[in-house]
Ligand binder design. Structure first.
Ligand SMILES: C[C@](O)(CO)[C@H](O)COP(=O)(O)OP(=O)(O)OC[C@H]1O[C@@H](n2ccc(N)nc2=O)[C@H](O)[C@@H]1O
Ligand SMILES: Nc1ncnc2c1ncn2[C@@H]1O[C@H](COP(=O)(O)OP(=O)(O)OP(=O)(O)O)[C@@H](O)[C@H]1O
Length: 289
């Protein structure tokens, strides 16, 4: 019997600040960041199959099926499901409406992977706990555990050590500068500073601005001039900065009307939109523990 779960959101994140505090022996960087969920993202649709095939029913330009994080997430969960229940075939057809830019620093691919793990854990009745799904997700990318965690969070480690944090209700204007930034290119730069002094979560709590800075921004601005241009333009209106490793930049506003007023003046060569801060991942209800 085919079971379906349609219109599953994969929300984007903004890194309100992102400090690089060190580097591990394996080359991965130690970070401190606050991850903020927003009400804009991709949308995924799932239908189970009983022949053990995982199929992508929509194309994703430039991403072959075997490297698509959605397909990789489904296959990872399929292995775990088969170990728990060897007599059953776990398969799925997955369609995606891609709204988030790739290499945008909005965590699009990671969020797609997290939504896939949450939806298929439910549809296939695998019964993995939230912690088990987060551990699987970490194999796919440093941002995936956050989306499964399901709440705004202060992140440490390589981004996987998470503590829930309260963030203000507000609106963001986000500009897509029209370039795709490969995360690895920013982290491997010799110009990246890796020694920001660690902060405590209590330093952030209650801060109305975005707090701190994004250490990856200096490098991205140098390598990708459109990022620098977008930040310079948006800074006229507030504490604008880059999210993740770029390319997108954002600025917070207390009122929706303020965001609308700024949006109306964004130069037409950039794609720009507004988004609202949300407190929980919309699929958090699927995961009990
Ligand atoms: C910069 C952030 O977007 C902040 O949210 C994330 O930490 C990046 O997460 P992601 O896109 O899921 O990144 P991954 O796919 O895990 O890593 C891509 C590449 O970025 C570098 N990388 C990533 C995360 C990290 N803490 N240190 C790193 O050095 C590694 O070279 C890695 O090969
Ligand atoms: N389903 C997917 N959606 C987007 N990108 C994918 C997907 N599967 C694989 N990728 C690859 O992952 C790369 C990073 O994409 P993503 O949109 O997650 O970047 P990002 O927003 O910069 O992420 P982050 O903020 O985590 O650094 C893409 O350039 C693409 O090659």
């Amino acid at each position: 019997m085919t079971l379906t779960l349609n219109n599953c959101p994969a929300p984007a994140k903004l890194n309100l600040f992102l400090h690089v505090t060190g580097r591990r022996a394996d080359g991965y960087h130690l970070l401190q960041s606050v991850f903020q969920l927003i009400d804009r993202g991709d949308v995924l649709h799932f239908a189970t199959r009983d022949d053990a095939h995982i199929r992508r029913s929509t194309e994703l330009a430039g991403v072959p099926e075997e490297s698509d994080l959605i397909v990789r997430a489904a296959k990872l969960l399929q292995t775990a499901a088969a170990q728990k229940n060897p007599n059953k075939n776990f398969g799925a057809d997955i369609a995606i409406e891609k709204n988030l830019p790739m290499g945008g620093g909005l965590g699009g691919g990671s969020s797609d992977a997290a939504t896939t793990l949450l939806a298929l854990n439910h549809l296939w009745q695998v019964g993995l706990t939230r912690a088990e799904l987060m551990a699987l997700g970490l194999q796919l990318g440093a941002d995936v555990p956050f989306f499964i965690f399901g709440q705004n969070a202060f992140a440490e480690g390589i981004g996987e050590a998470l503590v829930a944090v309260k963030t203000p209700d507000r609106w963001f204007v986000v500009i897509e500068p029209g370039v795709s930034v490969p995360t690895q290119k920013i982290f491997s730069s010799s110009e990246l500073t890796r020694d920001t002094k660690p902060v405590k979560i209590s330093d952030f709590s209650g801060a109305q601005d975005c707090f701190g800075k994004n250490d990856l921004q200096v490098v991205a601005e140098k390598l990708f001039p459109p990022v620098a241009e977008a930040i310079k333009w948006l800074r006229q209106y507030g504490d604008a900065r880059m999210t993740g490793s770029g390319a997108c930049v954002f600025c917070p506003f207390e009122q929706e009307q303020q965001a609308d007023a700024v949006l109306a003046t964004v130069p037409t060569h950039w794609k720009a939109w507004k988004a609202k801060a949300i407190k929980h991942h919309p699929l958090a209800y699927l995961q009990q523990s």
